[in-house]
Design a protein around this ligand. Sequence first.
Ligand code: NAG
Ligand code: NAG
Ligand code: NAG
Ligand code: CA
Ligand code: ZN
Length: 325
Amino acid sequence: MIFSKLALSAAAAMMASSTGVSAKGSEPGAGGNIRNCGTPQMTPEQVHNYNTLAMQSMNKLNYLKANAQKSGGVSTQKVEIEDLQEKEIKVYVHVLANGTKVEDGYLEESQIHEQISVLNADFASAKFSFHLQNISYSINSSWAVGEDEEGFKSHLRKGEYTDLNLYFPITLPESLLGYAYFPLFLSQDQAFNSPTEGGSGLDMFTLDGVVIRSDTLPFGKYAPFNLGRTATHEVGHWFGLDHTFGSGGCEGKGDMISDTPVEASPAYGCQVGRDTCPNQPGEDPIHNFMDYSDDACLTEFSPLQKAYMHSAYETYRQNVYGIKK
Ligand SMILES: *[C@@H]1O[C@H](CO)[C@@H](O)[C@H](O)[C@H]1NC(C)=O
Ligand SMILES: *[C@@H]1O[C@H](CO)[C@@H](O)[C@H](O)[C@H]1NC(C)=O
Ligand SMILES: *[C@@H]1O[C@H](CO)[C@@H](O)[C@H](O)[C@H]1NC(C)=O
Ligand SMILES: [Ca+2]
Ligand SMILES: [Zn+2]
């Protein structure tokens, strides 16, 4: 989600036949706040690549489960987790404030540590852990409201493509809670922002990362989205996961993850028992981190989502320019 003419030209160049930025959902939640995620929709090429990867992950999981059943005794859940190789993610946090007071968005370090703890708790069963490397504080009235994405990212982005940059402005345009970018084959896709296409020349390496309004952090003011789960959701995108409601309703491609039940539209609040695709197996995955429910209602990734995140991380983020890290 780039809020500038760069966005339009880059999006046009890259997403020729796609709908570009999604701003799904406008049903009011409790207190008038709405979960609204600005992560751009997948391009047709991403859909193709991620689907292939998800199929491979599923086949591997099924194979492991079948083997476990043959040898007996081992629970399939244990097998699903055992096969995943623990990964430690370095995290760089960037606070985009309007002044040095807490009310200017100048976050206390303790609140940032709380957010990292939430990430660690939510991703623990997926075998990802997050390790804070550094916090930068910028005071800039444009950046503090999420404007000039190119500017703040080109100044602040740290680390490698394996590392997570989290940007915390006070607020974001278009009432978004956050947005992220899916992982890409950098060497191929960097060019889509090229100046000759009307872009700024910023590459996808620089844009990579997660932007979240800081009142969604634990103890933030944006109830019922203030338990830190916006970060969990956006980091899920950063690992390559789509929304559980995908696109195209009950007959659409969904999220390409076969163990999350298909749902027709985002779920808001905490609608236990919701089933928007009654002809498809399972109730809607309203507790899944990649849905739109309130923070307190979001509790899980599915086994295949976990396996897929590892595959995508290994394929895209640890394999930049074809060189395995
Ligand atoms: C940023 O600070 C300026 C000057 O103090 C103030 O006018 C403005 O409302 C502040 N913006 C936000 C988003 O707090
Ligand atoms: C941490 O960030 C600060 C502010 O950007 C910077 O001055 C410092 O060099 C950084 N330290 C490390 C270890 O990266
Ligand atoms: C603050 O943001 C403006 C507008 O995006 C930018 O031009 C400027 O360089 C930034 N200031 C600093 C100190 O980085
Ligand atoms: Ca169903
Ligand atoms: Zn999202």
